[in-house]
Design a protein around this ligand. Structure first.
Ligand code: FRU
Length: 483
C-alpha cells in the first residue's frame, strides 16, 4: 500500500477549506442538486455559521460555489431547508418559480439573564438557481415566545390540504407549523413528550412519506437528530419514528426507539426537496461526523464531510417497519473497474485474501453458512491498522471495529466497536463503500447501515474474509473500484 496523500474523499462532499457541519437546504431544481451546509469560512472549528453552497448533477461530484448566506443583524445562519415555490404562494416569484431558503438565525445575547441566545426562523429567496440570495425584508417570519432551542426548520408542501408544513426542533420536541405563503406560520401540534430518546437536545427534523418495499402501502417517517450529551454512549445520533400524519399531527406507530444508523458518523441528515415525481426517490444525506470528536479530526485545512447520498425506503421485518438506506445508483458510474469474485468456500479457521484493484472501492459480498462462531471481513490499511466488519453468532452482534493510530484524546470513544444486533441467519449481504477516510457498511440490502470515519496512514490495499467455527461460502460477489 502507499502512503495516503490526504484524507480528502473521492466519493463524498468535503469543503475546499475550513469547517462544515449539517447539510442544509437540500433541493433539486432545473437539473441540479443543491447542497447548502453549515460552514465557518475562516476556521477549521465551528464558529459564526454561514450557508456554504455546492451543486451537482449526479449527487457524487460536487462543485463548490460562493457562500449563499452570510450572518446579519438577526444573527448567524443555522440549519434549515429549501423549497421551490412553484405556484408563487409567497408572492416573491411573479415571473417564474424560484428557490426559498427557510433557516434559523442564532443571535448570541451574552448579557441576557434568561438565555445566552435567541433563535428565530427567517427566509431568503433566489431568482437565479441559488447563485445569489435576497433576504426577506420582514425577517424573522417565526419568533419564539418562550423557547431557547427553536431551530432547524424543514419545510414541505402538503398536497392533500394545499399548504406548507414546517417541522421545527423545539428543545426536546418537534413542533409543526403550517402556512399558505411561507411567510405567516401557525403552530398546529407538538410531538415528542414521553416518546423516543431524550438524552440530548432534539435537532434537524425531517418528515416525509415513504413507500413500504414490495407493497402499495406507505407510511410517514419522522427523523430527529439528538445532540451530543455525556449520557449518550454514541455521541450525537439520529433516531426515527414511523407513523401517520394528517397535515397537522404526527401519530407514531409505537414508542420504541429506532436508530437510523449504527455507526458513529451519521448526523443531522435530512432529505432532498422537489425531487421530480418521475424520479420519485427520497434521497437523504447527512454530516458524516460526530459532535463528540468533530473538532479533532486530523484532516488539515478542511474539516467535515457528508455521507453518500442514500435512497430511503421502509421494509417490514416481522412486526417492525425498518428504515432502509442504499447509496444512490449514480455512485456506480464513478467506478472504472468491476471485478467479480470467484464463488468459493472459506474453510473453518482459514481466510481468503483479495487485493483491491484500487483504494476507492465498493465491495459487494454475499456470504452463506450452515453454522459458524464468527466470520468477518478485514480491511487492511497496514499490517497493524485495520478496520473489521464481523458477525458473531453467539452474541448475534454485527460489529464494525476501527482503530485510530494517532494517540488522540478521543481515541477511546472512536475505537469502541459499533454494533448492531441481528438475529442469526444463514445468509448475509454486506456492501462496504470505502473512501479515503470513511467506511460505509450496508447490511442485507440496505436494511441496516454503519457509517464510520477512518484515518489510516496508508491506503487500503486488500481485504480478507475469515471464518471460525464453520465454513463460509462466498457467492454473487464483486468489487467495483476507482483510483
Ligand atoms: C446540528 C446543529 C443544529 C444547528 C447547527 C448549528 O448539528 O446543532 O441544530 O442549527 O448544528 O451549526
Amino acid at each position: 500500500s502507499s502512503f495516503l496523500k490526504s484524507y480528502r474523499p473521492h466519493l463524498h462532499f468535503a469543503p475546499q477549506q475550513n469547517w462544515i457541519n449539517d447539510p442544509n437546504g437540500l433541493v433539486y431544481f432545473e437539473g441540479e442538486y443543491h447542497l447548502f451546509y453549515q460552514h465557518h469560512p475562516h476556521s477549521t472549528v465551528w464558529g459564526p455559521m454561514h450557508w456554504g453552497h455546492a451543486v451537482s448533477t449526479d449527487l457524487i461530484h460536487w462543485e463548490e460555489l460562493e457562500i449563499a448566506l452570510y450572518p446579519d443583524e438577526q444573527g448567524t445562519i443555522f440549519s434549515g431547508s429549501a423549497v421551490i415555490d412553484w405556484n408563487n404562494t409567497s408572492g416573491l416569484f411573479p415571473d417564474e418559480p424560484g428557490m426559498v431558503a427557510i433557516y434559523t438565525t442564532h443571535l448570541e445575547t451574552p448579557d441576557s439573564p434568561n438565555s445566552p441566545y435567541v433563535q428565530s426562523q427567517c427566509i431568503a429567496y433566489s431568482h437565479d438557481r441559488g447563485r445569489t440570495w435576497t433576504k426577506y425584508e420582514h425577517n424573522p417570519v417565526l419568533r419564539s415566545a418562550d423557547r431557547k432551542d427553536f431551530r432547524d426548520p424543514k419545510v414541505f408542501w402538503y398536497r392533500p390540504k394545499g399548504y406548507w408544513v414546517m417541522a421545527l426542533a423545539t428543545g426536546q420536541s418537534i413542533s409543526f407549523y403550517t402556512s399558505s405563503n411561507l411567510l405567516d406560520w401557525k403552530l398546529v401540534s407538538e410531538f415528542g413528550a414521553g416518546i423516543g430518546c431524550h438524552e440530548g437536545v432534539w435537532e434537524c427534523p425531517d418528515l416525509f412519506r415513504l413507500p413500504v418495499e414490495g407493497t402499495e402501502a406507505s407510511k410517514w417517517v419522522l427523523l430527529v437528530s439528538i445532540g451530543d450529551s455525556p449520557e449518550l454512549y454514541h455521541g450525537s445520533r439520529t433516531q426515527y419514528f414511523t407513523g401517520s400524519f394528517d397535515g397537522r399531527q404526527f401519530m407514531p406507530d409505537h414508542s420504541n426507539i429506532q436508530w437510523l444508523d449504527y455507526g458513529r458518523d451519521n448526523y443531522a441528515g435530512v432529505s432532498f426537496s422537489d425531487i421530480p415525481q418521475s424520479d420519485g426517490r427520497r434521497i437523504y444525506m447527512a454530516w458524516m461526523n460526530n459532535w463528540r470528536y468533530a473538532h479533532q479530526l486530523p484532516t488539515g485545512s478542511w474539516r467535515g464531510s457528508m455521507t453518500l447520498p442514500r435512497v430511503l425506503s421502509l421494509r417490514s421485518i416481522k412486526d417492525k417497519m425498518v428504515l432502509c438506506q442504499r447509496p444512490v445508483a449514480e455512485l456506480d458510474r464513478h467506478f472504472t473497474s468491476k471485478t467479480k469474485l470467484r464463488s468459493l468456500s472459506v474453510a473453518d479457521g482459514q481466510a481468503y485474501e483479495v487485493d483491491l484493484p484500487a483504494s476507492i472501492a465498493d465491495i459487494n459480498l454475499h456470504l452463506q453458512h450452515d453454522g459458524i462462531e464468527e466470520f468477518g471481513v478485514i480491511i487492511h490499511h497496514t499490517a497493524d491498522q485495520q478496520t473489521t466488519v464481523s458477525y458473531n453468532s453467539g452474541s448475534e452482534l454485527l460489529s464494525v471495529k476501527r482503530q485510530l493510530t494517532e494517540d488522540a484524546e478521543y481515541a477511546l470513544m472512536f475505537n469502541r466497536p459499533q454494533q448492531i444486533h441481528i438475529p442469526s441467519s444463514s445468509h448475509f449481504g454486506l456492501r462496504i463503500v470505502l473512501d479515503a477516510s470513511s467506511v460505509e457498511v450496508f447490511i442485507n440490502d440496505g436494511l441496516y447501515s454503519i457509517t464510520s470515519l477512518i484515518f489510516p496512514d496508508k491506503t487500503c490495499e486488500r481485504i480478507s474474509i475469515y471464518t471460525r467455527g464453520g465454513d463460509i461460502r462466498l457467492y454473487d460477489s464483486y468489487i467495483a473500484a476507482a483510483p
